[in-house]
Design a protein around this ligand. Structure first.
Ligand code: C2O
Ligand code: CU
Ligand code: CU
Length: 520
């Protein structure tokens, strides 16, 4: 898959090498001739199926975390990490009610672990940093899938190493099915009309190896790359054989925001958010997907026209002030670039019409919250302050770009393994009021539950944010209120995590842990 010519590549690298302070700009692939690689579809893994006594289906998965190499760029092979392969992992597909029995073997040469992002699982099987697996070690979580159909994912959650391990490839998708969603006649043929799209951006060193955290900007806004990939495919195209396709989009990048849209401005339907189907399809032209989030879209391609999935600049939510940090944020929100070309074939198979109603979700209101728990996201004022030149002479009021040189924290605390930040009582419904006390966007994620968004700066969320979610973005200075409950698993020792899903922020401490116990 030599997708980029040497000349194109040097151009891309030239752009990204422009200077220490510039945000890498994604090379724009504007013409169809640039989409030269068929989209790789991660292998589907439905496990080894066994029927338990009592008729409960049990699926046994074996996941080997391993080192590999991948051919992404013309310079040659890139050292990568994968799960049962060289880069990324298989899509695990299972059904509500199944027992999952997952053997995880770590062969990557350092500690790691896999977290089941979005799944409701007991704390000790959640795959947070507490379940760290030593190199050459194994771990065997067993739990049942007990929530509605959804697109979920799994990824490394090693303490302080989640960023580099996910960046090198330790991630994959999970598809959870259930009977009500199967009865809906939505496209569900994997790789044919139901397409997994793991969106990631990468940056390469001149020798073809991944370039990770080598710049000042990476420390603040997280690792950004200049080469876009989908499922590990650079410059991908997909040949559609049906008149509509379902895109299961996972933002699996470390830090990059995607504001997905089509190049011809066509409308699409959002049918699901992180935790499953929305009540009704929501017609949209753009949709923000921040790291860790998943969305499912239906796109009508019955007109037979080639169309490009892109990321458009997002609305400016950041304050404009002087200094490097403000510049980085403006660059981060201002980029537009192509992601995937979709080429409808001739004689498209016609699929049934889109159902008008997808699911029924319980109504939520703030009255349901038994208590409010406040979370304040902070970026420390560090050693660097902004004169626009990295370490500089700007003021330290936060208006001079001094963010991020220091620590990342929640409620003033940097994550440590030995400190339990919060205690929650099993069965309680709580309001988590999350305040982003920084000027930049952060995707806030909670383990062990799917929550609902009550409001954003006091205003009820738009339709696309009314479904079940486990990750929600907050723009600078925003407050969101989430209705969260933990009804299933109590544990006196093992915790769940909550954190920013910009992996470099998580790794540097914008994370906390909480216990769910019978007594709270
Ligand atoms: Cu997707 Cu705690 O992570
Ligand atoms: Cu998670
Ligand atoms: Cu963050």
């Amino acid at each position: 898959m030599n997708s980029v010519t040497r000349r194109q590549l040097l151009k891309m690298l030239g752009v990204s090498a422009a200077g220490m302070m510039s945000l890498p700009v994604i090379a724009r692939a504007q013409t169809a001739s640039n989409f030269v690689n068929p989209l790789l579809i991660p292998p589907l893994d439905t496990g080894t199926f066994m029927q338990e006594e009592g008729g409960v289906p049990r699926r046994r998965f074996e996941l080997n975390l391993q080192k590999g190499t991948s051919l992404f760029v013309p310079q040659g092979e890139t050292a990568t990490l994968g799960i049962n392969g060289n880069y990324l992992g298989p899509t695990l597909r299972f059904k509500r009610g199944d027992i999952l029995d997952i053997q995880v073997n770590n062969r990557i040469g350092e500690e790691s672990v896999l977290h089941w992002h979005g799944l409701h699982v007991p704390q000790r099987f959640d795959g947070g940093p507490m379940q760290s697996i030593a190199d050459q070690g194994s771990w065997n979580p067993v739990f049942d899938a007990r929530q509605p159909a959804a697109t979920l994912w799994y990824h490394s959650h090693a303490m302080h190493k989640t960023g580099p391990q996910v960046y090198h490839g330790l991630a994959g998708m999970m598809i959870l099915d259930d009977d009500p969603s199967a009865a809906l006649d939505l496209p569900s043929r994997y790789g044919i009309d139901d397409i997994p799209l793991i969106l990631q951006d990468k940056r390469f060193k001149p020798d073809g190896q991944l370039d990770y955290m080598s710049r000042y900007g990476d420390m603040m806004i997280g690792q950004h790359g200049d080469i876009m990939m989908v499922n590990g495919t650079v410059s991908p195209f997909f040949e559609a054989r049906t008149d509509k396709i379902r895109l299961r989009i996972l933002n699996g990048s470390n830090a990059r925001l995607f504001n997905v849209a089509f190049n011809d401005g066509r409308e699409f339907l959002q049918i699901a958010s992180d935790g499953g189907l929305l009540e009704k399809p929501v017609p949209l032209k753009r949709l923000m997907v921040t790291p860790g989030e998943r969305v499912e879209l239906l796109v009508d391609v019955s007109d037979g026209q080639t169309v490009i999935l892109r990321s458009e600049p997002s609305e400016n939510h950041f304050p404009v002030f002087q200094g490097a940090f403000s510049e980085l944020m403006r660059a981060m929100h201002g980029e537009s670039f192509d992601i995937l070309e979709i080429r409808p074939q001739t004689n498209l198979e016609r699929l049934p019409p889109v159902p008008a109603v997808l699911a029924s979700l319980p109504a939520v209101s703030a009255d349901m919250g038994m208590r409010t728990r406040r979370m304040r996201l902070n970026m420390g004022f560090g050693s660097r302050s902004g004169s626009g030149q990295g370490p500089g002479l700007g003021n330290r009021t936060g208006q001079g770009g001094g963010y991020g040189g220091g620590h990342f924290s929640i409620n003033g605390r940097v994550m440590t393994m030995s400190y339990i930040n919060e205690r929650v009582k099993l069965g309680d419904t709580e309001i988590w009021e999350v305040l982003n006390d920084t000027p930049m966007v952060h995707p806030f994620h909670i383990h062990g539950s799917q929550f609902r968004v009550l409001d954003r700066n006091g205003v009820p969320p738009p339709a696309q944010q009314t479904g079940y979610k486990d990750t929600v973005h907050l723009h600078g200075r925003e407050t969101v209120r989430l209705l969260v409950s933990f009804t299933e698993f109590a544990d006196d020792m093992y915790t769940y995590m909550y954190h920013c899903h910009t992996l470099e922020h998580e790794d540097r401490g914008m994370m906390g842990q909480f216990l769910v116990t019978e007594n709270g």
